[in-house]
Design a protein around this ligand. Structure first.
Ligand SMILES: [Zn+2]
Ligand SMILES: [Zn+2]
Ligand SMILES: [Zn+2]
Length: 264
């Protein structure tokens, strides 16, 4: 048996969002609604494997994991990596899985370079489709389209346990036919739910994501258990009492929540 625990469900910058005074962010600061950490999950089989090194990592896991799978080089997915260095957990040879391009960035640039040169992390290159076999689980990186400008690439992960499969896909530009088939092909999908609708922020064309509304339509007939994650602070799904949340749940979908677990 292996288990995936959800550690965070926000877009990279978390909730509250620096510089924002919206109700969601103010409620999170005041403690009347929960904060949301940046999207991450922990896979436990015989070992414990973290997916995404977020800026919230020190709140998300108490102990150093046995490995880290990186998705891409944006704030919420990479900025926690220095916490494994000498100022913090001071790890010794922690396996960190990343695309070859992202590995080069980590190896060649301050402040990440010393993680490699001081051997806190052991970088391991992974590419599209190359499965990593853990104790009772296999983890398959899948290259997805997310910001062409990000030359180091973006990965989703398919996790196959002894009984069930899970897709972790937090950042995609759109729900392409291929992305949709990845969702349809697993038992549980943790899916990019950044925006509920296309009018939440002014610069939405600069940060393309499929809206939850459009994904709900495209996936209306799926057998997969779909849980939306990576919520932007503007997304009304952040509020459990919102009309959007009721609409989502009545259509058979869910919002991923910190502490939820999925048995695989
Ligand atoms: Zn992201
Ligand atoms: Zn806000
Ligand atoms: Zn991103």
């Amino acid at each position: 048996m292996s288990t995936v625990e959800i550690l965070g469900t926000a877009q990279d910058a978390g909730v509250p969002h620096l510089g924002c005074r919206c109700d969601t962010c103010e409620s999170a600061r005041e403690g009347t609604r929960p904060t949301r950490y940046a999207s991450a999950v922990l896979l436990e089989d015989a070992g414990r494997y973290l997916f995404d090194a977020t800026p919230d990592v020190r709140f998300q896991i108490p102990d150093v994991p046995d490995g880290v799978f990186l998705t891409h080089a944006h704030l919420g997915h990479l900025a926690g990596l220095p916490y494994f260095g000498s100022e913090s957990a001071d790890t010794d040879g922690l396996p960190v899985y990343a695309t070859p391009g992202l590995g080069d960035v980590i190896r060649d640039n301050d402040p990440l370079r010393s993680l490699v040169s001081d051997r806190h992390v052991d970088l391991r290159s992974i590419t599209d489709g190359s499965a990593v076999h853990l104790e009772s689980t296999s983890v398959t990186p899948i290259r997805v389209d997310h910001r062409e400008s990000l030359s180091t690439g973006t990965l989703a992960y398919r996790v196959d346990g002894p009984n069930r499969s899970l897709l972790y896909m937090t950042d995609v530009d759109s729900l392409t036919p291929r992305a949709e088939s990845l969702v349809r092909d697993v038992d549980v999908a943790l899916l990019d739910g950044t925006f509920w609708s296309g009018d939440e922020i002014d610069r939405v064309e600069d940060v393309p994501h499929p809206t939850v509304r459009s994904s709900m339509n495209a996936l209306a007939d799926v057998d997969t258990e779909v849980r939306f994650t990576h919520l932007n602070h503007t997304n009304p799904l952040c509020d459990p009492a919102s009309d959007a949340r009721a609409e989502l749940e009545s259509a058979g979908f869910r919002v991923a929540e910190r502490g939820d677990t999925v048995e695989l």
